[in-house]
Design a binder for this molecule. Structure first.
Ligand code: ISE
Length: 329
């Protein structure tokens, strides 16, 4: 993801300059920097964050580094686009929120790029227009060809993959979660099995989420928003269909980077406007949203481990975030 964000900065963000590529593997940093024309490389993220020739940071390192590096950016007074999740620990998210509150302004935009995908934009608009009537349910399927990393676990289906759905369903419905259950079928092999979750919202709506990190056939994300007066479903996003020899076929993307490229570009351009103006983007996710996703993910892991419905017990939304409207930093 870091190399993909670097390419977007270099090629799709007029006004931004890819100044430094930082990776613990110097050779990998050098390869990306040389390919994309970055001015320099680094292997120490905190040193790179502190550099005077670095105005803003995109954090796309492993999940456990996201919260510490976000705090380093806040301490350096630099805005950051942090890939999801902010952390797999809700407590670690609270520390980042506390750091932002102490700094007196939001510095971190969370990389929940689904908010910028046109299908979810249209779903939310249909609901907000009143055309669907009251929202009752949102169904979500999120399928990877295979687990994104060798050490991927069933719990990570919930803490690493599902945060996208946890966040975008909140964003579309404008609701918070009150409970979660989680279930897994048994695979015939040792691969990570799918996880199916059912969440209730505080407004008595239902959200179903299937995460299948080993779907094998393609990168396939689906969603349907169901209201009392109608529903809005996500169309397949294949640009072409091939009809020949009595058969019709479309193609799936291999993974999220190509499927959501346009959403990443929209998100990253919104981040650049945030850096330039100090105005937090209207639909972007902030650290409060990062905390909400982490809290429901932690609760979902407990639901899976215990086989029981778990209440999602959120902290009170800090006044600092509650008073901020879209544009305030
Ligand atoms: C990855 O981190 C992503 O963000 C992808 O969107 C998701 O499909 C994948 O499962 C995650 O590991």
């Amino acid at each position: 993801m870091g190399a993909d964000h670097a390419a977007i900065v270099a090629q799709d963000m007029p006004g931004a300059l890819l100044q430094v590529v930082c990776d613990m593997d110097e050779a990998r940093a050098r390869a990306v920097a040389d390919t994309l024309g970055a001015a320099d490389i680094g292997t120490d993220p905190e040193a790179v964050i502190a550099r005077k020739d670095v105005d803003a940071v995109i954090i796309a390192s492993p999940d456990f580094t996201h919260a510490p590096l976000s705090k380093a950016c806040i301490a350096a007074g630099k805005r950051a686009l942090c890939e999801k999740p902010l952390s797999q620990s809700a407590d670690a998210c609270r520390e980042v929120m506390a750091a932002e509150e102490a700094a007196g302004a939001r510095h971190v935009m969370l990389g929940f790029m689904r908010r910028y995908d046109q299908s979810y934009v249209e779903m939310r608009a249909a609901l907000d227009s009143g055309a669907l009537g009251r929202a009752l349910m949102m169904h979500n399927f999120h399928r990877n060809v295979e687990t994104p990393a060798a050490d991927f676990t069933g719990a990570m289906a919930i803490t690493n993959s599902a945060p996208h759905e946890f966040d975008v369903a909140r964003h579309v419905l404008g609701a918070e979660y009150s409970s979660i259950t989680a279930h897994q079928p048994r695979r015939s092999d040792t691969r990570v099995a799918p996880v199916v979750m059912v969440l209730e919202t505080t407004d008595a709506q239902l959200v179903t989420i299937e995460i299948n990190n080993n779907a094998a056939y393609g990168y396939d994300v689906r969603a349907e928003l169901v209201g009392e007066a109608g529903s809005v479903s996500m169309n397949t996003v294949a640009h072409t269909r091939t009809d020949m020899k009595l058969a019709s076929a479309t193609r799936y993307d291999a993974d999220w980077r190509s499927r959501y490229h346009e959403a990443y570009v929209r998100q990253n351009r919104a981040f650049l406007r945030f850096v330039e103006t100090g105005t937090f983007p209207e639909i972007a996710a902030d650290c409060w949203d990062g905390y909400c996703a982490a809290k429901v993910a932690e609760t979902g892991v407990k639901a899976l481990e215990t086989g029981t419905k778990q209440p999602v017990e959120m902290m009170e939304k800090p006044e600092f975030y509650a008073m901020l409207k879209g544009g305030a930093a």
